[in-house]
Design a protein around this ligand. Structure first.
Ligand code: PEP
Length: 249
């Protein structure tokens, strides 16, 4: 069964609400396609205007984070229920910037993944190694540990519907893309890991993205790999080039 590609932009901490709406209007025709799912993962304050701006188009909206509790005294946090009510369908969990700058550990991320599923959101779970880990040859051990820890208590059916993004930390925002072979090798390794934890059907169903300096020039080759089902795109998702990445063929 062929997996449908999914190409998601991660806007990070960019775009005020008015800039966000302007970007949606600029990209509207450029990202139109029937052949892939297209998602804009946007800052919390942009969610409501972006949901409105993409209404009636092929674009779905994602959040960049959520909190794992249902509600209560958690100043500054945003719940899964709030995201769903605002029209959000996807949520990035465990981006390396959150793991690094905000010290989000796998135990916390596992709670966030489960909370996303509980609310009906699709997690885009990020994993990836540092340059030091790659150079010392522990890339796959590290990523397997992240995946296994983040998916504790998550069912096979849930995994079938989720997205995993392989993002080597050394390739994020650096202009250094992993080679096609490196990206395919790790995405296959993640699929093998899912087959071990769950089963072959689950591994064949889960969508695995590559992220890390994806651009209009390298998207086609990356997305043509058998285990790469699209991309999580940072910098290039804020430009008209995102249309070329979405329509990479
Ligand atoms: C990201 O933030 O997930 C990312 C991959 O960024 P960039 O495309 O800019 O490397």
């Amino acid at each position: 069964m062929a997996r449908r590609k999914i190409i998601a932009g991660n806007w990070k901490m960019n775009m005020t609400p008015s800039q966000a709406v302007a970007l949606c209007n600029t990209l509207k025709d450029l990202v139109a396609t029937d052949e892939a799912d297209v998602v804009y993962c946007v800052p919390a304050i942009d969610i409501v205007p972006v949901v409105e701006a993409v209404r009636g188009t092929n674009v779905e909206v994602g959040a960049e984070n959520l909190y794992f509790e249902d509600k209560g005294a958690y100043t500054g946090e945003i719940s899964a229920e709030m995201l769903v009510d605002a029209g959000v369908k996807y949520v990035i969990i465990g981006h390396s910037e959150r793991r690094d700058y905000f010290k989000e550990c796998d135990c916390l991320l596992n709670k966030k993944v489960k909370q996303a599923f509980k609310a009906g959101l699709t997690p885009i779970l990020c994993c990836g190694e540092s340059l030091e880990q790659r150079e010392t040859g522990v890339t796959m051990d590290w990523i397997r540990l992240q995946i296994k820890s983040d998916l504790v208590g998550v069912s096979a059916d849930q995994v079938k519907g989720m997205v995993i993004a392989y993002e080597p930390i050394w390739a994020i925002g650096t202009g250094k893309t992993a080679t096609t072979e490196q990206a395919q090798e790790v995405c296959k390794g993640i699929r093998d890991c899912i087959a071990e934890i769950y089963d072959t059907d689950t591994a064949q169903a889960v969508r695995i993205q590559y992220g890390g300096s994806v651009n209009a020039g390298n998207a086609a080759e990356l997305f043509a790999q058998p285990d790469i089902d699209g991309g999580l795109v940072g910098g290039a998702s804020l430009k008209a080039d995102f249309g070329k990445i979405v329509n990479y063929k």
